[in-house]
Ligand binder design. Structure first.
Ligand code: NDP
Ligand code: GDR
Length: 327
């Protein structure tokens, strides 16, 4: 019999790749979506016939309890969150409600409906913030630098607490940045990829960015959802750092992206103070050796390949749009 999985945040980048991954493994997949005046299924439009989508909201406890009662999943992947760091400075309370307390609401629902459910929490390298050691591993102390990072620390510890207090099979994946052509347009990799494509096609003159010296450990998102699934297939619940083990600056991303379309980024990129953050995370780099040892997981796509595939995806999107006469 096939397993049932519930994904919160299925309309997001990771939710769409995880749904594809689980459907490929014969799971019945239900996605939790929040009510909106206009459908927002762009990333899962190719999957909607194979999925069940149900409305519930991380802000509404009873809606999550009822959803679990109706779906009775064996695995729950909690990917829903307010995930954009600049917004967390502007809306710190709402970010806390979604990204921190939302985790407890899902855990409480599991405890009430079926404590056998296996639970995955989308934790983040942003918890390391002002890093206390390099590279960062599971035992590195946290020092978050944004309301988002603080909220994720809460989500991480409440996951561990429910594991220890109630014996839930609850895992926390501390994922470093992972990107793809499905990344939200406001995140720096997608913004650079789109900017390089637009400048090369003469649609824009320049790209405006913030701190080019920030360094991140950037991997390819479809590979990271495999790691989430592997965590829930282990004999014991645990926490894992997932990343490439390398880091690169936003400047290097620009350099490679613009070079890929035959341009020098120095002539095309301008720094705009509007995109600077009140407190920044300067540099992150994973030590993913535990995941490699215990889950048999390692990243496959190099930094250069990631940059090129993202720029190529933007170029073909813009060309398609031009052919359809819409922009
Ligand atoms: P996205 O921002 O692309 O997706 C977030 C998802 O959460 C969307 O489906 C969104 O729905 C949903 N959501 C937000 N608020 C609510 C709510 N109140 N009720 C129900 N659903 C809600 O994020 P990613 O796919 O990139 O990331 C997935 C998770 O992993 C997030 O928790 C993120 O913080 C975390 N993470 C991401 C990393 C990355 O590099 N991508 C790294 C480490 C952690 P809607 O479409 O309606 O807005
Ligand atoms: P991040 O991703 O904050 O790491 O969070 P983002 O792509 O937003 O920023 C990465 C770094 O690039 C710098 N930067 C810019 N960022 C944006 N968005 N726009 C710009 O114009 C720009 N210029 C420079 C930023 O200052 C930053 O240092 C992502 C999210 O997916 C989180 O949800 C997740 O938890 C972490 O990755 C791991």
């Amino acid at each position: 019999m096939s397993k049932r999985a519930l994904i919160t945040g299925i309309t997001g980048q990771d939710g769409s790749y995880l749904a594809e991954f689980l459907l490929g493994r014969d799971y019945e997949v239900t996605g939790m979506v929040r009510r909106s005046s206009a459908e927002n299924f762009e990333r899962i439009s190719h999957l909607v016939d194979s999925l069940e989508l149900r409305q519930a909201d991380l802000l509404d406890q009873l809606s999550i309890v009822n959803l679990l009662r109706e779906v009775r999943p064996q695995e729950v992947y909690n990917l829903a969150a307010q995930s954009f760091i600049p917004t967390s400075f502007e809306q710190p309370l709402l970010t806390g409600e979604f990204t921190a307390l939302g985790v407890t609401r899902v855990l409480e629902a599991i405890r009430l409906v079926d404590p056998e459910i296996r639970f995955y929490q989308a934790s983040s390298s942003e918890m390391f913030g002002k890093v206390q050691e390099t590279p960062q591993r599971e035992t590195t102390p946290f020092y978050p630098r944004s309301p988002y990072g603080v909220a994720k620390v809460y989500g991480h510890w409440i996951t561990i607490n429910y594991r220890e207090a109630y014996g839930l099979f609850a895992c926390s994946g501390i994922l470093f940045n992972h990107e793809s052509p499905r990344r939200g347009r406001e995140f720096v990799t997608r913004k650079i990829a789109e900017g390089a494509a637009r400048v090369s096609l003469g649609l824009d003159e320049a790209l405006y960015l913030g701190n080019l010296d920030a360094k991140r450990d950037w991997g390819f998102a479809p590979e990271y959802v495999d790691a989430m699934w592997r965590m829930l297939q282990q004999d014991e619940p645990d926490d894992y750092v997932i990343g490439t083990g390398e880091h690169h600056s936003a400047r290097e991303f620009c350099e490679l992206a613009f070079a890929h379309v035959g341009l020098d980024y120095q002539n095309c990129v301008r720094v705009d103070p509007r995109f600077m953050r009140p407190s920044e995370v300067d540099s992150l780099m994973a030590d993913p050796s535990k995941a490699e040892r215990k889950l048999g997981w390692r990243s496959q796509t190099s930094f250069g390949e990631l940059v090129r595939l993202m720029v190529d995806a933007e170029l073909s999107l813009l060309r398609d749009r031009k052919e359809r006469g819409s922009g």
